[in-house]
Design a protein around this ligand. Structure first.
Ligand SMILES: *[C@@H]1O[C@H](CO)[C@@H](O)[C@H](O)[C@H]1NC(C)=O
Ligand SMILES: *[C@@H]1O[C@H](CO)[C@@H](O)[C@H](O)[C@H]1NC(C)=O
Length: 178
């Protein structure tokens, strides 16, 4: 076949396809509710600031001496147990914004993605303030991917250990999803 023939075929095939895309929305219909399910997740978050292998890297800081407002980029491993050698089952990626004027509250925008077991490839999204100096705290789960599509829920956190460069946090997450 010569080139012009191939071109006219492509054009012909494209015309009906283009017609399908003549509007950007569907008809609005009632959403038939499916039964919701609940899954409880339990894991440990390992954060490291500084050192040779940081999981949290500050990328911006206000040039005002009276506050330490900053933005930190995170990629922290999640493990089954609290030990750093415990099996890694996923990672939390996103941002931490030190928004508070006294720096005790961090607002987190984190995607907790799982890489092992039944939830491999799925993730839960946390978008919440995190009052890090409180022993126990609650964060909102606002959505999810994969198995956790359309998720809502909450995460209960407790600091397991904290030293100069490492922070280990226990997470109990209740996720309601379809
Ligand atoms: C911070 O801001 C002041 C005044 O605008 C400027 O003189 C100083 O160089 C800045 N410092 C840094 C580290 O950018
Ligand atoms: C998570 O749940 C377990 C089992 O119920 C409990 O022992 C643990 O204290 C909880 N941790 C948090 C941070 O809520």
């Amino acid at each position: 076949m010569d080139k012009t023939l191939i071109l006219s075929w492509i054009l012909l095939l494209c015309i009906p396809a283009a017609a399908v895309y003549s509007q950007y929305y569907s008809e609005t219909m009632p959403c038939v509710p499916k039964e919701k399910q609940v899954t409880n997740l339990h894991f440990f978050f390992h954060g490291t600031i500084g050192g040779n292998n940081p999981t949290a890297v500050p990328v911006a800081r206000a040039n005002i001496t009276s506050t330490s407002n900053s933005i930190v980029v995170d990629d922290a491993p999640l493990t089954v147990g609290p030990e750093p050698t415990s099996e890694v089952i996923g990672n939390a990626q996103g941002l931490e914004v030190f928004a508070d004027r006294d720096t005790t509250t961090v607002v987190v925008y984190l995607d907790f993605g799982f890489t092992k077991g039944q939830f491999d490839g799925s993730s839960i999204i946390l978008f919440s303030r995190n009052p890090v100096t409180q022993k126990e705290r609650e964060l909102a789960v606002v959505g999810g991917r994969g198995t956790f599509r359309m998720a809502k829920g909450f995460a209960l956190l407790r600091t397991y250990s904290l030293d100069k460069i490492t922070l280990i946090v226990e997470y109990n997450v209740t996720v309601i999803h379809y």
